[in-house]
Design a protein around this ligand. Structure first.
Ligand code: ATP
Length: 300
């Protein structure tokens, strides 16, 4: 688990329940907490119920990473996302896309400005509540040393086998899992059956869906998949985004085309927003990025 924790996205995925389910001791949990200056407030504000997805807002956010105080990672960033909306974040490397995720998960506190989830400042909510509300699919899918059933169940440790299987179906993972030598009992991970990139992604998507969070943060994988895998992963993502708010760091044309709104970031600021058609016609940064990034990808 310690090795997995090297990536913040993964830390988010395995945080809390998941880490406990993975067999982390209280001592390890303490160590992880001690490494972070972020603490839960003594008297947290409860998050109101989020039906049909969370409302998310970043208002006038300025943020510098503590290790790099001379560099503004986000500048005067304002972004409001309505319940159920799917927003694609695009922009060149270093634009601040992952930083938006880190602030929503409250891995860092903003320098100035405010981040709210369902109307409550992330600093006023309990960290547990906040992170319970957020599901994450990292760019590199994590496969635990456990069988297929348990790998998905990490998303919600108290889920029944039937619930896991229903979710696997929705994430287009059920068919390949049942075709494994021992079906759901097949051991995965380093010492188990090796999955293809697309299969790993669908396990990761199923895990996030099982958690059933009102807010889904998706860091789309950049790795090229064969056309068949690509279609399955896209179908899984489509089903994962349904009935919740989704922010996706998008690398694929099919994903941005499906988004309700595309937000283009550059150097920590929003430079353009709109639909794929609008932004393509505008001939700005998006049009240039799209021409470079999307033309060699499977667009169906
Ligand atoms: P990419 O597409 O390459 O993942 P991004 O748009 O997600 O890029 P961020 O990772 O959010 O960009 O980075 C925004 C800025 O903050 C960059 O200048 C980056 O170098 C810096 N940065 C990111 N993470 C850290 C960190 N942990 N410590 C210091 N600076 C960081």
């Amino acid at each position: 688990v310690i090795i997995l924790v090297s990536s913040v996205a993964v830390l988010a995925e395995v945080y809390g329940d998941l880490l406990r389910a993975a067999g982390a001791t209280e001592r390890l949990m303490e160590l992880l907490r001690a490494r972070s200056p972020i603490t839960s407030p003594a008297n947290p504000k409860p998050l109101p119920p989020a039906r049909g997805g969370s409302a998310v807002a970043l208002r006038d956010v300025n943020f510098r990473y503590p290790s790099r105080p001379q560099h503004a990672a986000l500048s005067q960033l304002t972004l409001e996302v309505k319940p159920g909306e799917t927003v694609a974040l695009v922009g060149p490397s270093g634009a601040g896309k992952s930083t938006v995720f880190q602030l929503l998960l409250r891995f860092y506190d903003v320098s100035t400005g405010q981040v709210t989830v369902d109307g409550v400042s992330v600093q006023e909510a309990s960290l547990n509540d906040l992170r319970h509300r957020i599901g994450i699919v990292p760019q590199d899918s994590v496969i635990f040393s456990a069988n297929a059933m348990e790998n998905i169940r990490y998303g919600r440790p108290d889920a029944t086998d039937d619930e896991v299987m229903a979710t696997a179906k929705a994430a287009f993972a059920h068919d390949f899992i049942t075709a494994l030598p021992e079906g759901y009992a097949t051991f995965l991970g380093e010492r188990g059956v090796r999955l293809s990139g697309g299969q790993r992604q669908r396990i990761s998507i199923a895990r996030a869906m099982l958690k059933n969070p009102p807010l889904l943060l998706l860091d789309e994988a950049t790795s090229a998949l064969d056309a068949e895998s690509e279609r399955m992963v896209q179908a899984a993502l489509e089903s994962a985004m349904r009935d919740r708010t989704t922010l996706v760091i998008a690398h694929r044309l099919s994903t941005v085309q499906r988004a309700d709104r595309i937000v283009v970031l550059d150097a920590g600021q929003i430079v353009e927003q709109g639909t794929h058609a609008q932004l393509s016609a505008a001939g700005g940064l998006y049009a240039r990025l799209a021409a470079m990034q999307f033309d060699m990808q499977v667009a169906s």
